[in-house]
Design a protein around this ligand. Structure first.
Ligand code: HEC
Length: 111
């Protein structure tokens, strides 16, 4: 399947590519989580995720955990997913955490 052929719905993509480790609702409790040396991030954790800019989430998903100084067991999806799909995943993570990125990272906001 070519990347462009996939869904651009964040929820669908998350279930397909992420839930195995991160859990269906981002609690870090997917079926593969127990086998990982570092627990998968809890995307449902509003306190943790509100400290991350959308760019940081995007880069981690595209290029993998290692470039963000995180576990290399977080895969790089840039070869499998398009930028549009990754952006949909970032927005879906925002619904899981029910949180906003830090104010400094948001366009158009005064500090
Ligand atoms: C093979 C298991 C695995 C899969 C599949 C996986 N992840 Fe991860 N992910 C991890 C692990 C482990 C970490 C924690 C890295 C750390 O804290 O060092 C992580 C961390 C992250 C982070 C960083 C969170 C933070 O605290 O900044 C994001 C964002 C993320 N994953 C998104 C995704 C998305 C979106 C998908 C699906 C496209 C996905 N991951 C699929 C294992 C996985």
């Amino acid at each position: 399947m070519s990347p462009a052929a996939g869904s651009t719905d964040g929820k669908t993509l998350y279930a397909q590519w992420c839930a195995g480790c991160h859990g269906a609702t981002g609690k870090g409790d997917g079926p593969n989580a127990a086998r990982l040396p570092v627990p998968p991030a809890k995307h449902g954790d509003g306190k943790a995720m509100s400290a991350r800019s959308d760019d940081a989430l995007f880069d981690t998903i595209e290029a993998g955990g290692a470039i963000m100084n995180k576990s290399h067991r977080m895969p790089a999806f840039g070869g499998s997913l398009t930028s549009l799909q990754i952006r949909a995943l970032v927005q879906y993570i925002r619904t899981l955490c029910n949180c906003q990125p830090p104010a400094w990272s948001r366009d158009g906001l005064q500090p």
